[in-house]
Design a protein around this ligand. Structure first.
Ligand code: ATP
Length: 437
C-alpha cells in the first residue's frame, strides 16, 4: 500500500462537498442514503473521466462502436442474463443490534456492535423492480438495469447488421446502473445509483485468452496514463471458485483506497454465455457467420467493466496532496489536466474595468479550447490556493503590466513556477504545456 495522507477519505469527502464536486442528494430534506448529486466542478470532472474513456475505447479505435441503450428493461432480459436468478447478495441481520449486512463483507463480526450472532443468510436480489405503465401485473413489470452490459448483448444482431464489423470488434456504452446494495458505503465507492463504462469485445473463441490479456493491460494502463501512480494500482486475478456465474476468468484492477485494496474495474472473459443465453431465450440467433471460412460461431466476449463514479473517486484520492508553499500548507489536487474540472483559471489582479476588459478577451479566446474558470475575488494568493485545491493546472494572472507589455503570468499548479507569456502566444503556450503541440 502507498503511504496515504491521514484521514484521506474525510479530507476528500469534505473537499468534494465544500468545493462543489459531490453533494449529498436531497440534503435539505436530510439526504437520501447512498445517493449523491454532482455539483458544478464534479460534473465537469465526471464528464472528463467518461470522455477520456470514450476517447480511448471508441474514438481512437476502428474496432469499437458505441450505443446508448434503455435503462428500463423487461423481465425477459434479466431472466436470460441470469440476474433474476443469481444477482443476489447474502443478507444477514445482526441478532444484537438488528443492523443488516452483506455476509461476505463483514468477516463474521458486526461492524456496528461487534456481535458475532447473525440470522441465516438470505439471498437478496439487487435489482430495482418497478412498474411500467398503468397496468398492474406481470406484463408491466420492469427492472432498472444493474449493469449496462445487457444492452450490448441484446443489440448484438442490430449492431452487426447496421455496421460493417467482424470479430474481433466491440460495443461500448457509458451510463447509469442501479443496484439495491445492502450496505452502500465509502462515499461514492458503492452507491445504489452509479455510472458505468463498459465494453463488450466479441472475439473468435480461440482468441479469447489473448484478448483478455490485451484488455487487462490496456485498462490498467489507462489509469496510469491519466496520472494514477503505479503504487496505487494492482491486478487481482479471481480464484476459479470466486468467479461469477458467467465468467471463465476475471482480473480486477484494484486501487489502494483508504480502507485497503478494493475493486476499481473488472475485466472478465464471459465466454459465449450471454449471446447463447439471449439466443435461447429470445429465439433470435445471435452468432456470426464468417464468409471467409464459411463457419458460423458464437463469439466469446471480453468485458472491461469500470465504474465512472468510482473511477472519479479514485482519481480524487490519488491526486490529493498537502505540501508547503512559501511557508504555508496548501492542499492540492494533482489531477491530470484532461480530467481536472477546470484546466485554466483567469485571474485579473484587480476589478478595475481596464483589467477586466482584457481578462474577458483572454477568457473568450481560451474557452473554446479549455474549460476555464474566471475569478476576481480575494487576494491573488488566496485565489491560487483555491485553484490548487480543485486541481486547476494553470492560472493566468492579468496585472497592470499586462496593459503595457501585452503579457500575462502563467502559474503552474504543481511547481508553482510563474512565467511571463505574451497574450498572442498564450494558446500555443498552453497547448505545449498540455502536450497538444
Ligand atoms: P462488488 O462485488 O464490489 O459488489 P461487482 O464485482 O459486482 O462489485 P461489477 O458487476 O464487476 O462489480 O461492476 C463493474 C464495475 O462497476 C465495478 O468495478 C465498479 O467500478 C462499478 N460498480 C459496481 N457496483 C457499483 C456500485 N454499487 N457503486 C459504484 N460503482 C459500482
Amino acid at each position: 500500500m502507498p503511504e496515504l495522507a491521514p484521514d484521506l477519505l474525510d479530507k476528500v469527502t469534505n473537499l468534494a462537498k465544500r468545493r462543489g464536486f459531490i453533494f449529498q442528494s436531497a440534503e435539505i430534506y436530510g439526504g437520501f442514503r447512498s445517493t449523491y448529486d454532482y455539483g458544478p466542478l464534479g460534473v465537469n470532472m465526471l464528464r472528463n473521466v467518461k470522455d477520456q474513456w470514450w476517447l480511448s475505447m471508441v474514438q481512437l479505435r476502428d474496432d469499437v462502436v458505441g450505443i446508448d441503450a434503455a435503462i428500463l428493461g423487461p423481465p425477459a432480459v434479466w431472466a436470460a442474463s441470469g440476474h433474476l436468478e443469481t444477482f443476489t447478495d447474502p443478507l444477514v441481520d445482526c441478532r444484537n443490534c438488528k443492523e443488516r449486512w452483506r455476509e461476505d463483507k463483514i468477516d463474521g463480526i458486526c461492524p456496528k456492535c461487534g456481535s458475532k450472532e447473525f440470522t441465516e443468510p438470505r439471498a437478496f436480489n439487487l435489482m430495482f423492480k418497478t412498474q411500467a405503465g398503468p397496468v398492474e401485473g406481470e406484463g408491466a413489470t420492469a427492472y432498472l438495469r444493474p449493469e449496462t452490459a445487457q444492452g450490448m448483448f441484446t443489440n448484438f444482431g442490430n449492431v452487426l447488421a447496421s455496421i460493417r464489423k467482424k470479430p474481433p470488434f466491440g460495443i461500448a456504452q457509458v451510463g447509469k446502473s442501479f443496484r439495491n446494495e445492502i450496505t452502500p458505503q465509502n462515499f461514492v465507492f458503492r452507491t445504489r445509483e452509479f455510472e458505468q463504462m463498459e465494453m463488450e469485445y466479441f472475439v473468435p473463441p480461440a482468441e479469447a485468452p489473448k484478448w483478455h490479456q490485451y484488455w487487462i493491460d490496456a485498462r490498467y494502463n489507462w489509469y496510469i496514463n491519466l496520472g494514477i501512480p503505479a503504487e496505487f494500482l494492482r491486478l487481482h486475478e479471481h480464484a476459479l471458485a470466486d468467479l461469477s456465474h458467467y465468467s471463465k476468468g476475471t482480473t480486477d484492477v484494484e486501487f489502494a483506497y483508504p480502507w485497503g485494496w478494493d475493486e476499481l474495474e473488472g475485466i472478465a472473459n464471459r465466454g459465449d454465455y450471454d449471446l447463447t443465453q439471449h439466443s435461447t431465450h429470445s429465439g433470435t440467433k445471435l452468432d456470426y457467420f464468417d464468409p471467409t471460412t464459411n463457419e458460423r460461431y458464437t463469439p466469446y466476449v471480453i468485458e472491461p467493466a469500470a465504474g465512472a463514479t468510482r473511477a472519479m473517486m479514485a482519481f480524487l484520492l490519488a491526486a490529493y496532496h498537502e505540501d508547503v508553499v512559501e511557508g504555508e500548507t496548501r492542499s492540492v489536487l494533482r489531477l491530470d489536466w484532461r480530467i481536472a474540472p477546470y484546466q485554466v483559471a483567469i485571474l485579473p489582479l484587480s476589478k478595475k474595468p481596464e483589467l477586466e476588459g482584457v481578462s474577458r478577451e483572454i477568457l473568450a479566446k481560451l474557452q473554446p479550447h479549455f474549460m476555464c474558470d474566471y475569478d476576481v475575488t480575494q487576494s491573488i494568493g488566496k485565489r491560487y490556493r483555491r485553484q490548487d485545491e480543485v486541481g486547476t493546472p494553470f492560472c493566468i494572472t492579468v496585472d497592470f503590466d499586462t496593459l503595457q507589455d501585452q503579457s500575462v503570468t502563467v502559474r503552474d499548479r504543481d511547481t508553482t513556477e510563474q512565467t511571463r507569456v505574451k497574450i498572442s502566444d498564450l494558446l500555443s503556450d498552453l497547448r505545449r504545456r498540455t502536450n497538444q503541440e
